[in-house]
Design a protein around this ligand. Sequence first.
Ligand code: MG
Length: 260
Amino acid sequence: MARLLRPVVLLALLAAPASAQQPAAPRPEDTEVWQPVPRVVDAGPGPKAPLPRPADAIALFDGRSLAEWTNAEGGPAGWKVVDGTMVVHKPAGDVKTRRRFTNYQLHLEYRVPPGMKETGQSRGNSGLFLAVTGGPGGGYELQILDSYRNTTYVNGQAGSIYKQNPPLVNASRAPGEWQTYDVIWTAPTFGPDGAVKTPAVVTALHNGVLVQDRYALTGETLYTGTPRYVAHGASPILLQAHGDPSPPLSFRNIWVRELP
Ligand code: MG
């Protein structure tokens, strides 16, 4: 390795303006979209009890145990089972399914606690990662957030594909109400060279209201930078333990139906 730059190279480096050498580092706010704000739709009251589960569905959480879940490293899931619900325990981190999935239909119910003082992305943030990947975004996040009278960037509110696509409407219920997601996920496919062959496609209903209509993802969901794909196969599904200071969300009645 050369220990010193040759003088001619050194002169060239000194003469070049900084902007010509390197583009500015991407910032998180570069990928925030604030307008237009999705219209609010009153989805009606939340379900008092868990909704029925189809006979051919795999129960990922039926109110009893976390047997279908692990922590991010594959060890025991550290969330709490309380009164038939699965409560996020932030110090234990994210939880993901033991099983791996490709294409599927998924249902889950969640509740954000009432009385939160936090705002924006710090208010009831979690997330449904539709597939865990080894890439820079860790997967593809359908955002979970308290978006009831809580302003944030629209491609980061509840029902968004995080920093890619805002929800068609804001169907969020008030904190304390149970809310539902119903998702149809078509995994991306990759060629032998790892290049994306067909993108991931998602349709999602929030509280029974369509928020994502066959949206084709441009890659993994990223906090900073431009989405891109990194090849993967069948993957776990993950629920996010977000680091914000608001009190934890609860989940119940999570099931999945594998699709061909
Ligand atoms: Mg989130």
